[in-house]
Design a protein around this ligand. Structure first.
Ligand SMILES: C[S@@+](CC[C@H](N)C(=O)[O-])C[C@H]1O[C@@H](n2cnc3c(N)ncnc32)[C@H](O)[C@@H]1O
Length: 268
């Protein structure tokens, strides 16, 4: 295991959150289920599968159910996440788990299907990642994914900029059209897609931020020296409560999820 993988902040955050991840309110479990349903209706022959950023295995479990005799390789950078997959899917003979930064793997032309749920937006720059994934596919291979796009956690992002304008984000979620542009450049033809907007209710703004931490998603878009102070967090929580209430004492957080099914190369 390279020390780069061990020490990478994304690996540390998700690894630390692995035990609490599945219990948090959020959209990931539902998104994985919806993506799996799309994949199962694809109707194309699949000789093997690569899952990218498998986390605790929400999508992995569906893939194992749909493809019980097909080799499945699931990759995640966080060891703690893979431990959860082992608990969720013990003795799954066709499943191989690999701890790695996907961007450091070489698997040229090996797969007929690549799947990824709620993970690609962590693998920036996305153009490099998509180009790499295209190189992992057989000619005519398929990429099916769901990822968060611009508009996800929009309330939190807007309030953070108000409360701490001197601490800008180091990166932003891509827009849907940016994702399509990058997919084209990587050689993919998008055959089907859906953009889904939803919101999740939390009891309080503090509870919401705690839950993000327990999902491992804190700090991914800001540099370590740009973290909010306690005072700034208090201010943000107060503004959140006033500006984005649910009407029953809670607060809401928006999610925008892009589902896309693409084939490598031009459509016949
Ligand atoms: C929000 S979680 C989603 C996990 C799971 N697919 C789900 O639907 O719940 C994102 C996952 O991507 C993994 N990840 C992020 N960057 C990665 C990279 N460069 N290589 C491999 N895995 C990565 C994280 O460790 C984390 O488990």
């Amino acid at each position: 295991m390279s020390s780069m993988v061990e020490n990478c902040p994304i690996s540390k955050h998700f690894g630390a959150a692995a035990k609490s991840y599945d219990r948090q309110p959020g959209v990931q479990s539902r998104v994985a289920h919806r993506l799996a349903t799309r994949i199962s209706k694809g109707g194309k022959a699949v000789s093997n599968v690569l899952e990218v950023g498998c986390g605790t295995g929400f999508l992995t479990a569906h893939l194992c159910r749909f493809f019980p005799d097909t080799p499945i390789v699931a990759v995640d950078i966080a060891g703690g996440m893979l431990d959860r997959v082992r608990t969720r899917l013990p003795q799954q003979k066709n499943l191989q788990l690999i701890r790695a930064d996907i961007c450091e793997l070489e698997m040229t032309g090996m797969f007929s299907l690549i799947a990824s749920s709620s993970a690609l937006h962590w693998m920036m720059p996305l153009d490099n990642t998509l180009r790499l994934l295209s190189s992992f596919l057989h000619p005519g291979g398929r990429l099916s994914f769901a990822m968060m796009v611009r508009g996800t956690l929009a309330e939190l992002h807007a309030l953070r900029e108000e409360v701490a304008p001197q601490k800008p984000y180091v990166r932003f979620l891509p827009t849907t059209s940016a994702v399509f542009g990058l997919m084209r450049c990587a050689g993919f033809t998008v055959e089907d897609w859906t953009l889904e907007s939803s919101s999740v209710r939390y009891n309080s703004a503090f509870g919401f931020m705690k839950s993000l931490k327990r999902q491992g998603v804190t700090g991914g878009f800001v540099s370590p020296d740009n973290m909010l102070t306690r005072g700034e967090i208090r201010k943000l929580a107060e503004k959140y409560r006033r500006r984005f209430p649910t009407g029953d004492g809670g607060i809401r957080a928006s999610y925008k999820v892009l589902y896309a099914d693409a084939v490598l190369g031009k459509k016949a």
